[in-house]
Design a protein around this ligand. Sequence first.
Ligand SMILES: Cc1cc2nc3c(=O)[nH]c(=O)nc-3n(C[C@H](O)[C@H](O)[C@H](O)COP(=O)(O)OP(=O)(O)OC[C@H]3O[C@@H](n4cnc5c(N)ncnc54)[C@H](O)[C@@H]3O)c2cc1C
Length: 467
Amino acid sequence: MSLEAELAAIVGTANVITEAEALRPAVSDWRGRYSGRARCLVRPAATAEVARVVAACARHGAAMVPQGGNTGVCGGAIPDAGGREVIVSLARMNRIRGLDAANNTIAVEAGCILAEVNRAAEAAGRLFPMDLGSEGSCQIGGTISTNAGGTRVLRWGNMRELVLGLEVVLADGRVLDAMRGLRKDNAGYDLKQMFIGAEGTLGIVTGAVLKLVPRPAASATAFVALESCEAALGLIDHLRGALGDRLSAFELISAPQLEAVLAQIPGTRRPLATTAPWWVLLEAADSGAQQVLDDALEQGLMQALDAGLARDASVARSGREAQEFWRLRHSVSEANVKTGRVISHDTSVPVSRVPEFIARCSGLAGRFDGLRLHVVGHLGDGNVHMVAIFPPGQPGLDALAREVSREVHEIAAGLGGSIAAEHGVGQSLRDQLAICRSPVELDLMRGLKRLLDPQGLMNPGKVVPAG
Ligand SMILES: Cc1cc2nc3c(=O)[nH]c(=O)nc-3n(C[C@H](O)[C@H](O)[C@H](O)COP(=O)(O)OP(=O)(O)OC[C@H]3O[C@@H](n4cnc5c(N)ncnc54)[C@H](O)[C@@H]3O)c2cc1C
């Protein structure tokens, strides 16, 4: 029997897609950077079906590309050009299996959309504290497989810190059932960690038990003008003292980046009349009274202004104004794409070295004709997106892009940083991993891959560089 016939027997003919037109949205990414071809796309509806799909593909020697919401930015969910890989879509596995309010956990299938999980948590008076601009499309399995970050890592951590239990279909079709909602569990190796951030190269995530937190009753948002990014480091340190754990987001934005958003995105407006070379968008959240939080933030900001850590600040006076502030931050990618040819970077360095990283990267602007640099970053995580932009028609753009990226990555690595902070490696950074990973680390990665996927069928060509 052909593989397609076997797959149809498992999931039904309607859930094995082979026509080129129907496959089109699944074989390229939303930014149009990566495209490939697929033998077919299969849509299982339950863990047992995924297990049978994987076993069938393994018998036929067919490589599999797990796909969630296809919102990733590293080409991890896109098949290669060969037309022989099977895309395994988790879209039909979108059930919430249960919410345990007393345990503060929610058990979900991997295909649940992040926004749905957020809504379910909200209905129970809880918060699932993962905040991504893609929340309406990305799936829990995708966010786990990329170990996604976002704007609230500062307080609640990235996806790895929010996963308590996991269910994974292994490359041979066996199911690893570790769906435990335990906060303490040292019974041997913590196997689920291998699959978090593995980008589908070690198995297919089918379910997860996620951590919930009490829903904050109050939140306060402010936009702050700053003299320098060193001042931003001083400000975050000061506000952590003033607000403690309540500081939940601290986003650094350079003036050219903010100006690009204001110029390109209709309906946006300047948060403050002041001009400044650097800006911070920050948020505090608390389970106590709104007034207490407002007072604490205002007092913290006044002290910062007095101490010269900030030039000016505006606290949002309404939920609508807070949304307008956040829209400036969330419109960054759209504005940059409208500005020119974008080469974005997802680097991290120790928080203390962020100013040095930015200063060294700024030196590149004078060396490459037409290059503009926009900076946006999650400062408290040391995660800086250094966005290089060239005018659209500039000759030799591909070569220029490679050269700029290599330099940005080497600067980050030279400061003890990483070239893949929150978006993952996928196919885009695979061949550059050696910049920030030692030969021993790469050897262990290849060994793990061989152990869990001896046939090399789980998302080949992604993450793990050839040996
Ligand atoms: C507007 C916008 C804003 C974004 N903001 C952020 C941000 O702030 N921080 C951030 O970290 N990312 C951000 N992203 C990137 C993206 O949303 C995340 O990487 C997200 O985690 C990807 O989820 P997905 O379901 O779309 O996965 P996909 O893109 O479908 O897949 C991503 C990778 O995971 C693998 N995969 C998917 N599902 C599974 C599964 N069930 N089992 C095994 N492997 C699987 C795929 O093979 C691929 O390698 C943003 C994207 C957009 C479009």
